[in-house]
Write a protein that binds this ligand. Structure first.
Ligand SMILES: Nc1ncnc2c1ncn2[C@@H]1O[C@H](COP(=O)(O)OP(=O)(O)OP(=O)(O)O)[C@@H](O)[C@H]1O
Length: 264
């Protein structure tokens, strides 16, 4: 479903600012896998997500989605395969448009149709039914401008827009990190529900180790541009935060230094 093969990425190569962001990344997600990604600051998590979505191209290596080599496919063409939710609730939606118009754009884009803002009755019913799943009463506010919604409501809408057309891959990039604890919990629960309902193959970056343990069937830990630990679906149900800290120490020979992760 998703395969990263020998991916390398160096920024500013050959200059004093040279930075190896990804160093021989290999990762294979089977259909329905939900992989959580943890790692210290600068480990390469966002670079890996950008490589999958087509924002960045690898220096070496290949990206496969649904059996197709998409390494050189530009971001706008890959968006048919990919749903993505960012940390910033303002990033995934258009504030000056209504809820219905935002949903129509996401629907048209991911369903590979021309961008049409017109909303026929059947589609409106589909939007209403989809919004009902959020339990935020947004189905009765189809004509409200998205800029008027709270951060949590916007993030729930972004999540719905990224999932309701059943993309091949769902990318979640610290998508609960900017929300207060109760809203973060709401979005975490919705994530679980929407991923399960739509059987989505998902990659989720989080700094919250407990969230990384609670969600998904597999977990990877990154450090300095490498995947240093993979926890499979047999091991993951018994995984604890102390296990992850101990594994990091065993592999790297030093203590994990990530206050954000621990606090999360
Ligand atoms: N466009 C860029 N130009 C130069 N260096 C970059 C660029 N993007 C990322 N880097 C560097 O590459 C490394 C990996 O960055 P990346 O953002 O992928 O890490 P991350 O794991 O997402 O970190 P964080 O958890 O802090 O967001 C970092 O050292 C970063 O400074």
């Amino acid at each position: 479903m998703l395969k990263l093969e020998g991916i390398n990425k160096i920024f500013n190569e050959g200059t004093p600012d040279e930075k190896v962001a990804l160093n021989n990344i290999n990762l294979h997600l089977k259909p329905g896998d939900f992989v959580t990604v943890i790692g210290s600051n600068g480990a390469g998590k966002s670079t890996m997500m950008n490589m999958i979505s087509g924002v960045l191209k690898p220096d070496v290596g290949k990206v496969w989605i649904d059996g197709k080599d998409v390494t050189h496919l530009p971001e706008y063409k890959r968006s048919h395969y990919i749903g993505r939710v960012f940390q910033d609730p303002m990033a995934g939606t258009a504030p000056s448009m209504t809820i219905e118009e935002n949903l129509a754009i996401a629907y048209a884009r991911n369903a590979n149709r021309s961008l049409r803002l017109g909303v026929n009755r059947q589609r409106r019913d589909f939007f209403r039914t989809s919004l009902e799943k959020l339990h935020l009463n947004l189905e009765n506010r189809l004509n409200a401008k998205v800029g008027l919604l709270s951060g949590g409501e916007r993030q729930a809408l972004s999540l719905l827009m990224a999932t309701f057309t059943q993309p091949a891959i769902l990318l979640l990039d610290e998508h609960t990190a900017a929300l207060d604890p109760s809203r973060a919990e709401l979005i975490t629960n919705l994530t679980k529900q929407l991923v399960e309902e739509n059987h989505l193959t998902t990659l989720m970056v989080t700094h919250n180790m407990q969230q990384a343990i609670d969600l998904g069937n597999r977990l990877i830990m990154m450090d300095k541009g490498q995947i240093i630990l993979e926890v499979d679906e047999v091991q993951k149900p018994n995984l604890t935060i102390p296990d992850l800290m101990a594994e990091f120490e065993r592999i790297r020979g030093e203590k994990m230094n990530s206050d954000r992760a621990l606090l999360g």
